[in-house]
Design a protein around this ligand. Structure first.
Ligand SMILES: Cc1cc2nc3c(=O)[nH]c(=O)nc-3n(C[C@H](O)[C@H](O)[C@H](O)COP(=O)(O)OP(=O)(O)OC[C@H]3O[C@@H](n4cnc5c(N)ncnc54)[C@H](O)[C@@H]3O)c2cc1C
Length: 381
């Protein structure tokens, strides 16, 4: 088959791939957006804690904290209808085993000029476990509404061709362009899909970043991968509130955008399995199921071999920080692979790493640390 020509190809239909495709299409480029799964936005962009980071979360990484704060305003302004900005967001310091104490946290907030008001007493919280409690300004975005918005935008853009259930098979170079061949997303055999010729490829495949980089013959990013669970709860007493306990193996609960659910995660129990390999290798990947392999991981929530929920353990851990007045009900959990740069073990930072790994033809690798850093794309694409 003759290759079809595009100005750019974006691999990966999460929020970063969709934003990159829309940004290029807005500049007049003809873009192909390629997604392995049968729907866009099924992985990290849907299954996350939906925290619109304002910096508070990174007292050990000033760089990540400053970057979060830099993009927060623009993200909020441009996604206002998908942002919950009307809940009380508390941060607290655990009395036992925290990497940060109250004084350090206050100095850190002052340095970043982010509001944090100490709350000396509150009937919902258990001060025997909390060194200090702060009322802060932090919002949450709604991943489901964001998905609907971005899917609708890319699918209706006249400059973007969306090709789902498709994954990259091989790459070659010809006269300053990439020639890409594809296979069907879940199948072992190459599908009857036309190759594409393009001078620019953007790799926005998150957990599959290294598998895709290897098809272009460029370097790996040093990554770890964790099968992660976000538990969804409701609570009469806590419905318009969020609490994040800092700084170590603690937990966080907050409104999941505008959904009416609270999302709960815990550093100790959210992550069920860890892969220290640069590709996400897990023992639940089996040869009979080609929809999830280290080179092309699948959708964990839909997987019959997903881990047993830790929601009960997460909730028990979280309830230590509340008085008996606060009651919660767990409804369901979502699972996905969370990928991190290995360097984040030092400072718990979540930078967004955007690298140009080949100049001509161009290969740009986008590895996203957090959702509101989508605008970093504009600095380089
Ligand atoms: C548990 C968890 C909690 C988080 N909490 C927060 C938070 O509170 N706030 C925050 O800002 N960020 C959070 N994050 C980080 C944030 O979710 C990610 O940084 C962001 O969603 C990554 O977006 P993406 O588009 O790069 O990746 P994804 O949404 O994972 O999209 C990548 C896409 O690439 C596709 N793909 C893979 N391989 C191929 C291939 N070969 N060909 C074509 N397509 C392919 C995948 O199917 C997928 O659709 C969290 C992440 C996790 C996992």
């Amino acid at each position: 088959m003759q290759p079809e020509k595009f100005d750019a190809v974006v691999l990966g239909g999460g929020i970063f791939g969709c934003y990159a495709a829309l940004y290029l299409a807005g500049k007049g480029a003809r873009v192909a957006l390629i997604e392995k799964e049968s729907q866009l936005f099924q992985k990290a962009s849907l299954v996350n804690q939906a925290r619109l980071h304002g910096g508070y979360h990174y007292p050990r990484s000033i760089a990540t904290a400053a970057l979060s704060d830099e993009h927060k305003e623009r993200f909020t302004r441009e996604h206002r209808q998908f942002v919950n900005s009307s809940f009380e967001k508390y941060y607290a310091i655990d009395r036992f085993g925290s990497f940060t104490d109250a004084g350090q946290f206050e100095r850190f907030c002052q340095y970043l000029k982010i509001p944090c008001k100490r709350i000396p007493e509150h009937p919902l919280f258990n001060y025997q476990r909390l060194e200090a409690l702060y009322l802060t300004t932090e919002y949450s975005f709604d991943p489901v509404l964001l998905r609907n918005y971005y899917v609708n935008k890319v699918e209706n853009s006249p400059n973007i061709t969306v090709q789902k259930s498709t994954r990259l098979e091989s790459t070659t170079q010809s006269a300053g362009s990439w020639v890409l061949t594809f296979r069907e997303g879940d199948l072992q055999q190459p599908g009857p899909l036309a190759p594409i010729e393009t001078p620019i490829v953007i790799n926005a495949t998150y957990a599959a970043t290294n598998a895709v980089n290897r098809l272009f013959g460029v370097r790996d990013l040093d990554l770890t991968h964790e099968i992660s669970e976000i538990a969804f709860l409701t609570s009469e007493q806590f419905k318009n509130k969020g609490l994040t306990v800092m700084d170590g193996p603690f937990s966080s609960i907050m409104p999941f955008g505008l959904s009416g659910f609270l999302s709960l995660s815990s550093v100790a129990y959210t992550h069920h399995k860890i892969s220290y390999d640069n590709l996400p290798h897990f023992d639940c990947q089996v040869p009979e199921d080609p929809s999830c392999v280290p080179a092309a991981p699948g959708i964990c929530t839909n997987c019959p071999r997903r881990p047993k929920s830790n929601a009960y353990k997460m909730l028990r851990q979280m309830q230590q920080y509340f008085s008996d007045a606060a009651q919660f009900t767990h409804w369901f959990s979502y699972f996905t692979i969370k990928s991190k740069l290995k360097t984040s073990y030092i400072d718990d930072g979540r930078p967004t790493d955007i690298s140009v790994l080949s100049e001509k033809p161009k290969l740009i690798c986008l590895f996203a640390g957090k959702v509101n850093s989508i605008y970093e794309i504009e600095k380089i694409v």
